[in-house]
Write a protein that binds this ligand. Structure first.
Ligand code: ZN
Length: 113
C-alpha cells in the first residue's frame, strides 16, 4: 500500500478526533496549512517531526489543541510531535510552558545538565 499523503494523514487525524467525540471545526485544508507552516519542526522540542510507516512513534506529527478547554478551530490547533503531545496531555500551552520552565529552573538550581 502506498504511503498516505500528508493531506490524507491530516484527514485521518481529524476524523479520529471526531470519532472520539471532539468538536472538530477546523477543516482538513486549514489543518494541512497549519502542519505545513511548522516546516516539519515541533514547536516545543524543536526536533523534526517524522512520519512513521503507518505506525505512530515519538516523532510523529500529531494535532493538538493549544487550549484543551476550547474546541478544535484553526486558531486552537497546532501540530507537535507525539512525545510532546503526550507529555502536554490535557494542559493548555501556557500551563505546559510553565511546567517546562519549572523543570528547567529546578534542573539548573541542582546543576543537572
Ligand atoms: Zn516535540
Amino acid at each position: 500500500m502506498a504511503k498516505r499523503t500528508e493531506l490524507e494523514m491530516v484527514k485521518a487525524g481529524l476524523s479520529a478526533h471526531k470519532k472520539h467525540g471532539y468538536d472538530v471545526q477546523v477543516t482538513s485544508e486549514e489543518a494541512f496549512e497549519i502542519l505545513k507552516a511548522t516546516g516539519g519542526i515541533c514547536r516545543y522540542c524543536k526536533k523534526p517531526m517524522v512520519r512513521g510507516e503507518g505506525k505512530m512513534h515519538d516523532r510523529s506529527p500529531t494535532i493538538d489543541r493549544i487550549n484543551n478547554e476550547k474546541v478544535m478551530t484553526k486558531d486552537n490547533v497546532q501540530y507537535i510531535c507525539k512525545q510532546c503531545n503526550t507529555t502536554k496531555g490535557a494542559h493548555t500551552h501556557d500551563e505546559f510552558i510553565g511546567f517546562l520552565r519549572n523543570l528547567r529552573n529546578s534542573f539548573k538550581a541542582r546543576n543537572i545538565q
